[in-house]
Write a protein that binds this ligand. Sequence first.
Ligand code: SIN
Length: 524
Amino acid sequence: MTYHCIIVGGGIAALQLAHHLKQDMKILVLVKKTIRSGNTYRAQGGIAAAIGKDDSPTLHYEDTIRAGGDFHNYKEVANLVKEGPTLIEELLQQGLSFDHGSDGRIALGMEGAHSRNRIVHCGGDSSGKWVAEHLIRMQKPDLDIRENRFVFELIIDPSSKRCIGVKAIDEDGHIETYYGRHIILATGGVGGLYEHTSNDPSITGDGIALAYRAGADIVDMEFIQFHPTLLTGDNRMVGLVSEAVRGAGGRLVDNAGRPVMEGKHPLGDLAPRHIVAHEVFRLRAQGEEVFIDISSIDNFQKQFPTITELCEGNGILIKKGMLPVAPGCHFLMGGIAVDSVGRTTVLGLYALGETAATGVHGANRLASNSLLEGLYYGRKLALFLNELPEELLLFEPDSQMWTNSIAEAALPMQDEIRRKMMQHAGIIRSGAGLEELFQWLDRYNCDVPLEGKSISDMQTIFMLQTAKLIAKSAFLREESRGAHIREEFPAESRHFGNTHIIQSRNGIEMRDRHREYDQITIYA
Ligand code: SIN
């Protein structure tokens, strides 16, 4: 079957892309679970946009750079924040209704590291669900969405080296082959590789493993954000407690009720996420419990219906006013290297949203910039693809060649990967721990054909592959920057501040940061 565009993933970036593509394009969306099961759908935070009277894109830009450890693609950040208000206006024009304050204006929430109230929400802390439902409603009626499809291979035409399609396997083990002119990966981040995460557990970096196996450049995989406040119940993480709760007055306290962030950062509870996560992690490692004291927040249940439901479902009493929290993996800032429209280094292959490293988040994403990123790049890529001339797709279908014949070790349990990632590539990392991790990971050969394997084995191989990329990159970056904290290199380094760590099937390259992504040789 041949399509104009095949989109792998069904979150905000994928839906925004599909919506903005030309009416007459034949589009296929393949999702691993269901269109309503990804990270967008569970996003509690809203969309950051400089629409307040006291705000400007310049202030939003400055906050983004400050929170992200000044490791951004500045041009991309500038364009993103400039477009924020237009994207909100577009959603309004389409009929999406944002939450309003008592003054009748759109309510603007506060989250960590923002200098202004600039987060728009819908349905309180259910923004992701509302935006996703809105975008699903906006799709063309003939959009072909196929759920429960695990995409396990990108098909590369051997003569042109162009990505021309995908192979997917359905729940019953049937293999399907789809061809398309443009293949877009929008599979989200890597939270499901970690024992503790705010992500849907199915989000395991599949797009990154696929792109790597197909020869694309993967960049700065060490930059992974840990959210400081996942709700804990019975010693497990049961969901997220949005930063908006601290924005509304919630305070982090220890067992004895002492404020956790006092004296730790000028922004206190609303310090950049990595700083708060580090502090909560440090206290819990000493055996302390950490809570968010919500007693000062009026109408908590009404403002935060999703968190209320999570608490009720896990026996946590809201009326006690103390929500037990711990940090967990939240967001990937690195990913597949792309240029300013989302082209990867493989012809015909694109990446969008959290899967892509656009350079807008630097080393640590500013709260609520991710839904904004999905909206911005989803539309931008659509406008780019809409303008491309129609060309005939001529190809010689052939799967990638896997020549490695090393005997395969029995695969580990997926939970073992998650535990090891949390332990060694988690909030605080050490060279020794990372070395132990990648030596363990290297026992497993990922360079193998997947057809004929079970979905679970394919999934484990992808998890191992993406974990290797994270472990190697985290080991090589000998500095602490943004969300990447190295025990033995506690400060930022000037050298690494100018260095991207690029991995591909050709090896590892340390590349000068000031050669921005859109200046790299695409399609080399
Ligand atoms: C949150 O609501 O705390 C998460 C939002 C985000 O990650 O941007």
